[in-house]
Design a protein around this ligand. Sequence first.
Ligand SMILES: [Zn+2]
Length: 116
Amino acid sequence: MRREFTKQTMREAYERSEGLCEGILPSGLRCCAEVAHKKHFDHIIPDALGGDNSLTNCAVLCLPCHGSKTQKIDVPMIAKAKRVADKYRGIRKPSRFPGSRDSRLKKKIDGSVVLR
Ligand SMILES: [Zn+2]
């Protein structure tokens, strides 16, 4: 289940931001767009990757920053974390390549094909 920020955390994050976006642009500078009405409270470390709902994991972002962080960082990171976890647990898609370890057929070293 997603852990959402409490109202108090959002208030404190908004105070810290001074009403300006806390997103970091590709140039490395802070975005600083005004976020008076339209803003998102973003999990800096996504909830899916174990981030908590504390103030230090909360960033006030303008809509463009939130959209680009989600698309460019969070979604690929979560996908990668899933792939790494799957690999560690030995979860993989069975190969459809004939003669692969997942195939019913096995090609022996003399070239003959036998059922496994
Ligand atoms: Zn921004």
